[in-house]
Ligand binder design. Sequence first.
Ligand SMILES: [Ca+2]
Ligand SMILES: [Ca+2]
Length: 424
Amino acid sequence: MNDPNLKVEVVAKGLQIPTSMAFLGPDNILVLEKNTGNVLRVLNGEILKTPLLHVNVATPFIEWGLLGIAVSKGSNAIAPRSVFLYYTKPGGASGFASGNGLYRYELTTDNTQLINPKLLLDLPANTPNPQASHQGQAQNVEKGRPLDGTSGILRVTQDGEPVGNGIFGGSAPANAYYAYGIRNSFGIDFDPVTGKLWDTENGPTFGDEINLVNPGFNSGWSQVMGIWKAGPSPGPVIGDVNSNPAKNLVSFGGDGIYRAPEFTWLPTIGPTALKFLDSAQLGTQYQNDMFVGDVNTGSLYHFKLNQQRDGLALTGALADKVANTQQESQQVVFGQGFGTITDLQVGPDGYLYVLTFGGALYRIVPLHPISNNSIEKAPSTSSTDNNNIKASHHHHNKSLTTTSSSPASNNNHKSVPGILEPVN
Ligand SMILES: [Ca+2]
Ligand SMILES: [Ca+2]
């Protein structure tokens, strides 16, 4: 940790490619394993042997498997709690995968089983065939397929119904779109102060992004990545100004609105989870700030928001909103040596939890516990009574691997992992 007043504790080790987590209570955490298809519980630092659930998952690609989890409280004290899972289903005509499903399960009251699954969203899981997949209006190809569930952030109720008539209208899955033109999102979270959604996105070999995602947000892919014209290498700057974005973007009659990233890495670092620390337990100087994980450098990044909270507070070489070099990126590094960070959550204890591809779960805590009784943790976003759930369905993450021999690592046209975050 760059802050000498903070330290990293190991909560648990020995998980097999954990992808995401959700708190049931203090020291009581559900964790997903990507390839085993197991939903496990880590209780007081111990990984309980019997999974709450095992699902068959498609695993041949780095982007596929058991990927996203969110927990909602029951509608009252005795109602079952809902657990939402997002995973890639095996089979289908291709033999690889029949789709990506968002399911709602009931958690048994003894916290040992997930039962009564209900399929809320049935989304495509395209194999890495550049010609066949991801050339639609969701990717800003005007004459391409209508919105098909790819390259978007989707919003449905906890029963899987569209919210109102949907921003882009039509039938499922178009009516579930909240945002589109997203190449490969990995992390989403809601600002606890404004309620606004933010995401991280992975570029191909350049142009990773952090975005403020307003309703109807168009991120610009496959025309723009970062602020540059998309291509094998960065083209000219065409996407740095909201009011004058690249030409030829699909706007759905004006319902879709391009917005430039609030931050871009030119050399790719593979940003992953994004989390707001809605707690003062690491010190008030970090309260409600944004934290982001990555793949390529093992770093955890820390960003302060500007006063209006519609952008980031950036100075020096980052005042241009671009980390032009790895060195510039160091300015926002909070800690290093984590390996690949797959998820970040704030525990009921107000500390920041870090889940890693290598199988460890860490917790960032103060060196000396903060003993200010006046500090109260804000309501946790990992467990809410909200009505909506958002599913991030993305496009290929080229970088959730450290080996170039991965079938996924050289392909820009995949379907994708999902992360679920409850709505505030
Ligand atoms: Ca973008
Ligand atoms: Ca710069």
